[in-house]
Write a protein that binds this ligand. Structure first.
Ligand SMILES: NC(=O)c1ccc[n+]([C@@H]2O[C@H](COP(=O)([O-])OP(=O)(O)OC[C@H]3O[C@@H](n4cnc5c(N)ncnc54)[C@H](OP(=O)(O)O)[C@@H]3O)[C@@H](O)[C@H]2O)c1
Length: 236
């Protein structure tokens, strides 16, 4: 059985990604942080091919525990989806040092930690897919998101460099840059204005993102290396 480790699984996008891989018969290692959101994953509760792993991925030791537990359960990790992320939007003059640090550590350091920890097993297996969830904000920028765009631009650049290190080892590393997707992250944005500005005339769904992640995680995408795939309804 192939297995996938998905971070940020309790969020809308993470959950949709988990459902997509489950349908394809993968074992799931679902990583969450807040206990009070674990019930979002209730549908997987009594499934022996699913494990729930708690960890704050800003912390390398916690990432290590998560990866060790996933490897103990499945013996290998075929697909790693680095999906956990956060925003702390503020115009730069109001942005505190902590706001910048928190977002960079959560969105970028966690991708470094998790990729580094999982890569060893992928190299051993001579097989692996790493999919890093970035954002169009990391490509074109967005006012109020200097921290977030910097983190996601970092994720894209990290993806390209790592891909060049491991492409010959049968490991695909790619990024996926969503536009505006319905989730907790976008629930406080003024949606009417955003929708008006989008060529497609509607926000994206978590499933729109999950479909593209599933494709990148499959062997149909085996000649795609070091790219950022944009799923944004034509936004940029
Ligand atoms: N929604 C959009 O429009 C959009 C657009 C572009 C990119 N994205 C990206 O898509 C990904 C998923 O976002 P979403 O929309 O599904 O947002 P969401 O509903 O807020 O989910 C984010 C997930 O990340 C987890 N997380 C945050 N900080 C963490 C940490 N330090 N350690 C472990 N887990 C942590 C959250 O867990 P807790 O709730 O327990 O903290 C949650 O499960 C993110 O990387 C986001 O940047 C989203």
């Amino acid at each position: 059985m192939k297995s996938v480790l998905i971070s940020g699984a309790t969020g809308k996008i993470g959950l949709a990604i988990a459902r997509a891989f489950k349908k394809e018969g993968y074992g799931l290692a679902l990583v969450y942080r807040s206990e009070n959101k674990l019930s979002n994953l209730d549908e997987f509760k009594n499934d022996e091919n699913v494990i729930f792993l708690r960890g704050d991925l800003k912390n390398f030791e916690e990432c290590q525990k998560v990866v060790d537990a996933a490897l103990e359960k499945f013996g290998k990790i075929d697909v790693l989806v680095n999906n956990a992320g956060m925003t702390k939007d503020k115009l730069l003059l109001r942005m505190k040092v902590e706001d910048f640090k928190d977002v960079i550590e959560t969105n970028l350091y966690s991708v470094f930690y998790m990729s580094k920890l999982v890569l060893k097993s992928m190299l051993k297996n001579k097989y692996g897919k790493i999919i890093n969830i970035a954002s169009i904000s990391g490509i074109v920028g967005n006012p109020g998101q200097c921290n977030y765009s910097a983190s996601k631009a970092g994720v894209i650049a990290f993806t390209k460099s790592l891909s060049k290190e491991v492409a010959r080892k049968n490991i695909n590393v790619n990024a996926l840059a969503p536009g505006f997707i319905e989730s907790d992250m976008t629930k406080n944005l003024s949606k009417d204005e955003i929708v008006k500005s989008l060529p497609v005339g509607k926000l994206g769904s978590a499933e729109d993102v999950a479909n593209a992640v599933l494709f990148l995680g499959s062997d149909k995408a085996s000649y795609i290396h070091g790219k950022e795939i944009i799923v944004d309804g034509g936004a940029i």
